[in-house]
Every structure is written in C-alpha cells, then in structure tokens.
Design a protein around this ligand. Structure first.
Ligand code: G1P
Length: 298
C-alpha cells in the first residue's frame, strides 16, 4: 500500500535572524532577497512543485511582513493593471495564496526546531507532513522536496534530505548514522544533533527538508531537551529509527546554499544571479572584471 499523500508543509520562521543584524532588526530574515525573490518564496515554490496544498508558518513577533507578503495587494495590483504591466501582475501571482491555504501559528518562546514544529501539531493533525527550513535554498533541476516525495512513496516512514559536509562544518548539523552506504536512499540507523567532529557517526548531514509521520509529533510531546538545551527535531526523528516504519535519508540531486550564513547567502546571490537569463551576461562580465582587478591588485 502506498503511504498517504503529503499535502501539508510546515515552515519554521520564528528565528530572530541575529546573524543578519542590523538588516533583520525590522525585516524577517525570510524576506531577504536572492536577486528579486525573498528566501521564503523559494521554499514555497519548492513545496508547491512537490504537491503541497496547505502551508503552515510557525512565526513569532515581528514577522507580520510575511503575512502581508502572501496576501493580495489590491492597490498595487490595480495600479499595475491600469498601467498595463501584465508581466509584473503575473510575477505577483506566485505570492498569492488561496484563503485557507496558509495558516500562521506562533511559537511564543524560542525552544528549538522541534518545539517550533510541535507548535503546528493541531494544524497538521494525523497525517504525514513536510518541513522546509527556508534558510536552506536548494537549486535543483527536479525540486528537492519532489525528489523526497517520490522516494517516500516507495519507503513510507520518515525521510530527511542528506548531503556530505566537511569535518570542520559537521558540528553545525544533525548527523546521520546510515550504516552501510548504498544508493541515494539510505536506511537511517541513528541521528545526532550537532555532534563534535570526533563523535560524528558520519559526514552525512541533514539538510532542512523533511517528510515526517505524525508519530514524530507524539515524540515531541515529551519535550525532551537535547543539544544546546533545545527541543530538537533530530531527536524526535531519531526515535523513529527503532520503529518498523523507520527513517530514510535521500542524497538529493542539487546544490544547497546555506542562506542562514553570510557567505552562503552571497554564494547563492551569485549563483541565482548567473542563472537568470535576463542578468547572466552582464553579471558574468562584471564578475570577471572584479576578479581580474583583484588579481592585479595582489
Ligand atoms: C537545523 C537542524 C539540523 C539540520 C540543519 C540544516 O539546525 O536542527 O539538524 O542539520 O537545520 O540546515 P540549525 O541550522 O537551525 O541550527
């Protein structure tokens, strides 16, 4: 029997974004733009492409710009219509959500990613759901969450996105113990959140895309504190490795950018700028010029 379809996704967006201060003093980090689209738009587009119909945001104070972003903007739309700017009206369509397709729930205390997801439990109900961390932007021919949904249809259970990271970086991630490494879909034996490099079970890190069963919410009910004193999603998923349904990791095809860090954000800006047909020529020759000037100055 095929597992139940995944139609709901949770977007944890309650974080303060302190790594991007002062920019994030008055705008949510998720509204920061790669070229001309906010980070959150990339996550929403990916979720839509994977068949998600209901979008649940876990927010906090100061995040109301996100709610406005996904609402209709009657004045702006009518001004664009009057001036015949149909191309811009078309672009705005991606930002609109049908009434009832998007819901917001507040996490009133910063208690970790597991706690954030748990805050959405009543909206998720008793069905499998996706979690997308908008900081992780993934450029892929086939959207990452779609690759995961396809793999999940074969495996059932929980599924996380995985990629290799260098030993210096491994302690920033949830890390997988996959035993024997096989193809792209691997059975997970264990997971640890932010281990020291010497204790990490592998160099395979969890990237911010998950498909989870409602059992994970039950595990989160216990509110067990983990790494950093926070309630960790990794720990609640790790409990499922011992069950029959199990946990799987997909080594996805695509390039992931850590837009939660300044360097990752800059790298993504360059990559997405170069990928844009309307900008790539001018942008590429500018980058060449800059590199040449830097070389000459050395
Ligand atoms: C979170 C998760 C971690 C995962 C990472 C991926 O950590 O807790 O397991 O590897 O996202 O980006 P954070 O980056 O929020 O500290």
């Amino acid at each position: 029997m095929k597992p139940r379809k995944v139609t709901k996704a949770v977007f944890p967006v309650a974080g303060l974004g302190t790594r991007f201060l002062p920019a994030t003093k008055s705008i949510p980090k998720e509204i920061m733009t790669l070229v001309d689209r906010p980070l959150i738009q990339y996550a929403i587009d990916e979720a839509r492409a994977a068949g998600i119909k209901e979008f649940i945001f876990v927010t906090s104070r100061g995040k109301s710009a996100l709610e406005d972003y996904f609402d209709h903007a009657p004045e702006l739309e009518s001004a664009l219509r009057k001036s015949g700017k149909d191309d811009l009206l078309e672009i705005l369509k991606d930002t609109n959500m049908d009434s009832g397709a998007i819901a917001y729930v507040r996490q009133n205390r910063a208690m970790g990613l597991g706690h954030a997801v748990w805050c959405a439990r009543r909206l998720i109900g008793n069905e499998p759901f996706a979690v997308l961390l908008p900081d992780d932007v993934i450029a892929a021919e086939r959207p990452c969450l779609l690759q995961m949904v396809e793999a999940y249809e074969e495996t059932g259970g929980c599924m996380v996105a995985a990629m290799e990271v260098s030993p210096e970086k491994i302690s920033s991630y949830g890390v997988l113990d996959v035993g024997q490494e096989g193809g792209n879909v691997m059975k997970v034996k264990g997971m640890v959140e932010k281990p020291k490099a010497k204790d990490a079970p592998s160099n395979l890190a969890v990237i911010g895309r998950y498909i989870l069963t409602p059992k994970v919410l039950t595990n989160l009910n216990r509110m067990k504190q983990g790494a950093g004193g926070e309630i960790q999603l990794t720990d609640a998923i790790a409990e499922e490795t011992k069950t029959k349904a199990g946990v799987y990791a997909l080594r996805f095809r695509g390039q992931r950018y850590d837009c939660g860090s300044k360097i990752g954000f800059l790298q993504a800006t360059v990559a997405f700028g170069l990928a844009r047909p309307d900008l790539c020529n001018e942008f590429a020759s500018y980058l060449h010029e800059v590199m040449a000037m830097q070389k000459a100055a050395q």
